[in-house]
Design a protein around this ligand. Structure first.
Ligand code: MLT
Length: 262
């Protein structure tokens, strides 16, 4: 197990809440939710290996960053931050893919779980092959082909048409080192199917999805919620995949309510 030291930030006081960003973002994705949650909890945001202030050196390509490695990095980061109490793990999309191995490998550290706009199933063979092709393209050309291909899927059609400031904010969040993008793409492509795990999850769970999420659909996320005992399901009207940006206040409200009651 190779661990990497992750950059992180803590704010607020109380029970610990760990916010884990999606791909290819970094901890600033959670700015609005971290501010709201810090009124009620100790909020920890971290940059996963390769991203944000945990950035790989320019030109460094580790090959693959697996979801298990991300989960182990986060557990080590909690040690470094002196967080001993079990956390509420809030995972957005790839952050949710990391939540599953975190549950598997670090169960005592987990007090509650919020899965935002994420999936339990593995990639299809075509999806995995597409990621391999994209990883090679990004290594050769930089993040632009990924960003151009992904943005239309991240945002609801109405956001794309009418909210240019959100489009630009999300585009800016996607500027990550080539090696980090390629390694995370390969890691997501090889992640296992976590569906069999859902029935084993034994912590309070919240499942949140944007009404127009084109990556992790409301139907799929409702299925995840039904497979987890006692899970609460919340659908945010008007948002696509990027609930952190398209419906920031509504997402914050759902998370604050969950964290203060879980
Ligand atoms: C994310 O938001 O983390 C990505 O959409 C996940 C993915 O590419 O599967």
């Amino acid at each position: 197990m190779t661990l990497r030291k992750l950059a992180f930030q803590t704010r607020g006081r109380g029970r610990p809440v760990l916010l884990v960003h999606g791909f290819p973002f970094h901890r600033a994705q959670w700015e609005a939710q971290a501010e709201a949650l810090a009124q009620h909890a100790l909020v920890i945001t971290a940059d996963l290996r390769g991203f944000g202030e945990s950035a790989f050196e320019p030109g460094f390509d580790p090959g693959v960053s697996t979801m298990e490695q991300h989960a182990d990095d986060l557990a080590a980061m909690l040690d470094a931050a002196g967080v001993k109490e079990p956390v509420t793990f809030v995972g957005f999309s790839m952050g949710g893919y990391v939540a599953f191995p975190f549950f598997n490998r670090h169960r005592p550290r987990l007090g509650a779980l919020a899965l935002c706009d994420t999936r339990a199933i593995a990639d299809t063979p075509d999806g995995a092959a597409g990621r391999a092709t994209m990883a090679a393209k990004v290594l050769a050309e930089g993040p632009k082909p990924l960003v151009d291909g992904m943005l239309p899927k991240l945002l609801a059609p109405a956001t794309l048409a009418n909210r240019p400031e959100i489009v630009e904010r999300v585009r800016a969040l996607m500027q990550a080192p080539r090696g980090a993008i390629a390694a995370a793409l390969r890691g997501m492509a090889q992640r296992p199917d976590s569906t069999p795990l859902l029935a084993k999850i034994d912590v309070p769970t919240l499942v949140v999805v944007g009404e127009h999420d084109a990556i992790s659909s409301p139907a799929e996320m409702r299925g995840i919620a039904s497979a987890i005992r006692g899970a609460k399901f919340v659908q945010l009207a008007g948002a696509g995949h990027m609930t952190t940006h398209e419906t920031p206040e509504e997402l914050s409200r759902a998370l604050v309510e969950f964290v203060t009651k879980a």
